[in-house]
Design a protein around this ligand. Structure first.
Ligand SMILES: O=C(O)c1ccccc1NCC(=O)[C@H](O)[C@H](O)COP(=O)(O)O
Length: 208
């Protein structure tokens, strides 16, 4: 199973998280986020972090130009679209970046919103389901209604996000079987400052 830890801002924390067994690290390229890393910071982080893990840049309603420029300046292996990007935008980006993983995040307000995911099945490599929040785009700590996701079996890989913590991860994975999980605030001391004790506990819990 893929394990993505999102909102990395510090090299040493990123290295330690990769050593614990994360398969992907996420970097927030959304300027309004308290976890924001600038293109220069992102380049420096990626240069110093192990290339054995996927390096995912998270964008929200950014222009294609900004995304393409950021990818060309760094060695991102994937781009996560966390805003209101249309299927057409995703198709365009995939055409421009055929070797880069495109992840479309959907913020699920009600399970009816899962129907929306169908429009992306042929446009992206991976889906990510996150919790809806009226004023925050991500890193909210809010959980999804896992019971209702049991029937979500898209034809492409998907990651579960939203309020996952070392204490609730096994409950979530007992109810649903995503291809991977994505955590941010549940393994933090404060936004962008990862708590390595919590990350360690997460991996211990996943082994039980
Ligand atoms: O984390 C942010 O600050 C953020 C800001 C704007 C868009 C997306 C953002 N995060 C996206 C993520 O991938 C988070 O890991 C995901 O929302 C889960 O967060 P959490 O509920 O805190 O585990």
């Amino acid at each position: 199973m893929r394990i993505k830890i999102c909102g990395i801002t510090q090299i040493e924390q990123g290295k330690a998280i990769a050593d614990f067994g994360a398969t992907a690290l996420g970097f927030i390229c959304v300027p309004t986020s308290p976890r924001y890393v600038s293109p220069n910071q992102l380049k420096m982080l990626i240069e110093r972090l192990p290339n054995t893990v996927n390096q995912i840049g998270v964008f929200a309603n950014a222009s294609a130009d900004l995304i393409l420029q950021t990818v060309s300046q760094t060695h991102l292996t994937g781009v996560q679209l966390h805003g209101d990007e249309s299927p057409e935008f995703c198709v365009f980006l995939k055409q421009c970046l055929p070797n880069i993983e495109i992840i479309k995040a959907l913020r699920i307000k009600t399970t009816d919103a899962l129907v929306e995911s169908q429009a992306y099945f042929n446009c992206v490599d991976t889906l990510l389901l996150d919790a809806y929040h009226p004023s925050m785009l991500g890193g909210t700590g809010k959980t999804l209604d896992w019971d209702r996701l049991a029937s979500f079996t898209p034809p492409i890989p998907w990651l579960l996000a939203g309020g996952l913590t070392p204490d609730n991860i096994n409950e979530a994975l007992g109810l649903i079987s995503p291809d991977g999980i994505d955590l941010s605030s549940g393994v933090e001391r404060s936004p962008g400052d990862k708590d390595l004790a919590k990350v360690k506990k997460l991996f211990q819990q996943l082994e039980t």
